[in-house]
Design a protein around this ligand. Structure first.
Ligand code: SF4
Length: 265
């Protein structure tokens, strides 16, 4: 099937299902320098022309000192296409990198979030679009389940704490084989981030695991995405979702006799 058609169908489905974009919205697209966010920008610009609603799109990039190459080619590409782009050098992030080069993702993403909200405010945007893909959703599901003790992934749509901005992830159904091929077909200059080259990380291990399994099960990620939208809470262990009071008092007493609750060891 035509690559562009597939991309637009999947992005359109995400926007529609999760009510990501509404009439009159002004969408700021976070360009990370990679293939995913560049593909998202192209998809949103194409959908903007076809959509029955009216919304505008602009793009921005936050410089946190982690790009491995010059960002200028991306700026030239966007300028040639007439796309409004803001390049924001985030001074606190650059200072952080100098003072604590080994800082973790928590600090880095907190600084980035602050910068992103400031840019969106300056641009007069009410929606911010992030380029997390289906691959990211699947990895997050496994990572959170295995390492944080929480059965969760990423929100396809959410709001900033004070609800000033709607935060959307229109690539939730788009896998990275699509973004890789589409970005290459557009000739988007990709500027890698130093972190993407790291080895020995959980993220890398999960990517390798998916790569291995997908040789046998090519639709693995689609199935996982379906599972995230089809939760059977009665077969999980969260008591908030279990019908613990549906039984009669008598059978509850019997259960307690059979399985007394141990409060002290
Ligand atoms: S992976 Fe790198 S760029 Fe991303 S949050 Fe962590 S430190 Fe920041």
């Amino acid at each position: 099937m035509d690559l562009e058609k597939t991309l637009l169908r999947k992005v359109g489905e995400a926007i529609h299902r999760y009510r990501m974009i509404r009439d009159g919205d002004r969408v700021a697209v976070a360009l990370s320098g990679g293939k995913d966010s560049a593909t998202m920008l192209e998809a949103l610009l194409l959908l903007q022309k076809r959509a029955p609603i009216d919304f505008s799109v602009c793009a921005f990039t936050v410089e946190q000192g982690k790009f491995l190459g010059p960002i200028a080619p991306l700026g030239e590409y966007l300028k040639a296409r007439g796309i409004a782009w803001t390049y924001f050098r985030d001074a606190p992030s650059l200072r952080l990198l100098e003072e604590e080069p080994g800082h973790g993702c928590d600090l880095c993403s907190r600084y980035r979030r602050r910068a992103v909200y400031q840019i969106a405010a300056d641009l007069g945007c009410n929606v911010i679009a992030f380029g997390h893909t289906a691959d990211d959703f699947c990895e997050a599901l496994l990572r959170n389940t295995m390492f944080t003790g929480k059965l969760s992934s990423l929100p396809p749509v959410t709001h900033s704490r004070n609800r000033d901005y709607r935060l959307i992830r229109p690539l939730v159904f788009v896998t990275e084989d699509i973004t890789t091929a589409y970005a290459a077909s557009c000739g988007v200059p990709v500027v890698p981030c130093g972190c993407s080259q790291r080895t020995g990380t959980v993220r890398r291990a999960l990517r390798d695991l998916f790569g291995e399994l997908e040789r046998q099960h090519p639709h693995l990620k689609e199935t996982m995405l379906s599972a995230m939208g089809n939760v059977d809470t009665s077969r999980l262990l969260d008591t908030r979702f279990l019908n613990l009071h549906g039984e009669s008092a008598e059978s509850e007493t019997q259960t307690q006799e059979l399985f007394p609750i141990v409060t002290e060891l």
